[in-house]
Design a protein around this ligand. Structure first.
Ligand code: FEO
Length: 171
């Protein structure tokens, strides 16, 4: 059984993950609007992964006999100055999420909730991977500067990212 404090924190994370999905979907829309379909594809995959994260938390709360309480999702920004600005925001956002996950781990430790601690380990590892993959795209964009040709090539590369297989990942 989840403690009230743990349940509230996990419900907060469902909302944070749904907001992440919303944010990346908004970034997808931005990239589509400037005809960078590869970047848009990358953000679409990212948005779907976040949805999967939200569902992992949602299902875990229910599995532990808790009560899922859904709250309003904040409106994400809709406009950016450049692809670089989008990925700077993405990295900042992922660093913020890492902080949230670490906060959940601390609560689970204080509540002596070992099952939640074990559940959260997947997310601790996932955040390392997310920050790395976003950081890699950001570094490439910084190297490109204003080179349009390079941006076009990156767009083609990012078009190859596959959306997660929800049926497998959510198990
Ligand atoms: Fe669900 Fe990108 O962290």
């Amino acid at each position: 059984m989840l403690s009230e404090r743990m349940q509230k924190a996990l419900n907060g994370q469902v909302n944070a993950e749904l907001y992440s999905s919303y944010l990346y979907l908004s970034m997808n829309a931005y990239f589509k609007s400037v005809n960078l379909d590869g970047f848009a594809n990358w953000m679409n995959s990212q948005a779907q992964e976040e949805l999967m994260h939200a569902m992992k938390f949602y299902e875990f709360i229910n599995q532990r006999g808790g009560r899922s309480l859904l709250a309003a999702i904040e409106t994400p920004p809709a406009q950016w100055d450049s692809p670089l600005a989008v990925f700077e925001d993405t990295l900042k956002h992922e660093q913020k999420v890492t902080g949230l996950i670490n906060g959940l781990v601390e609560i689970a430790m204080e509540e002596r909730d070992h099952a939640t601690q074990i559940f959260l380990q997947w997310f601790v590892t996932e955040q390392v991977e997310e920050e790395e993959s976003v950081g890699n795209v950001l570094e490439q964009l910084k190297l490109l500067g204003d080179a349009k040709q390079g941006l076009f090539m990156m767009d083609r590369e990012l078009a190859t990212r596959q959306a997660p297989d929800m049926s497998v990942e959510s198990e």
